[in-house]
Design a protein around this ligand. Structure first.
Ligand SMILES: N[C@@H](CCC(=O)N[C@@H](CS)C(=O)NCC(=O)O)C(=O)O
Length: 211
């Protein structure tokens, strides 16, 4: 059976949503980031990058990195059309996906959540967090403009793999009490109305965000 290595409320929430959207049978292995579960020899043997999400397939292949896992899921289960056919729509999906994971999460939120990676002392860490906040607001602004040009509340005409990555970043903003810009708020509202999103948020202990 497919196994998702995940931490509730982390970026893995987006992959959990995708698995539920695809109605796949899978199991989860909870990873305690604070306890350092991603740095154990056992975990590094599965994912040498020491990150979550990791998706281990039936044959034991371990997929690592958000984009890789999304792409595999979208291509392996095409019936839900989570990757659009049209090339320019695919380009929008890749742009939103990559920017959400690598820039907004990777540069912005990482500074807010783990400032100790950038500075050893308390005042340095406060500066890093403030820099992270600026990067997150700038990133949300970029994605808000991208959504403004969309024919739907989603990144493209229909829900796609990109929407899950944008969603977990919006979810973190709401959780951090950072105001979402207009189109991101509309996207977030559309996402929490989806059955799979509601189910995952409740399962992961964030039912209060479901309206
Ligand atoms: N590039 C990775 C990054 C994902 C990532 O940063 N995940 C965080 C949790 S939200 C993590 O694994 N942190 C543990 C660590 O980096 O040690 C991906 O796309 O999956």
């Amino acid at each position: 059976m497919i196994t998702l290595y995940m931490t509730p409320g982390s970026c893995t929430t987006g992959i959990n949503i995708l698995l539920e959207e695809l109605e796949l049978v899978f199991q989860v292995q909870v990873v305690d980031l604070m306890k350092g579960d991603t740095r154990t020899p056992e975990y590094l043997a599965i994912n040498p990058k020491g990150t979550i999400p990791t998706l281990v397939l039936d044959d034991g292949t371990a997929l690592t990195d958000y984009l890789t896992i999304c792409w595999w899921l979208g291509k392996t289960y095409p019936r839900k059309q989570l990757i659009p056919e049209d090339l320019m729509a695919q380009i929008r999906v890749l742009d939103a996906l990559s920017y959400s994971v690598n820039t907004l999460h990777g540069h912005g939120y990482t500074r807010i959540f783990t400032p100790d990676r950038y500075a050893a002392d308390t005042s340095g860490q406060e500066r890093v967090k403030a820099e992270g906040m600026v990067l997150v607001k700038k990133g949300l602004h970029y994605l808000n403009n991208l959504l403004a040009g969309s024919p739907s509340a989603y990144v493209t005409e229909k829900f796609s793999i990109a929407d899950t990555a944008l969603f977990y970043n919006e979810f973190w903003a709401v959780h951090q009490q950072i105001d979402l810009p207009e189109h991101c708020q509309r996207h977030f509202d559309a996402m929490v109305k989806r059955r799979a999103v509601e189910q995952v948020l409740v399962e992961e202990g964030y039912g209060k965000y479901v309206r």
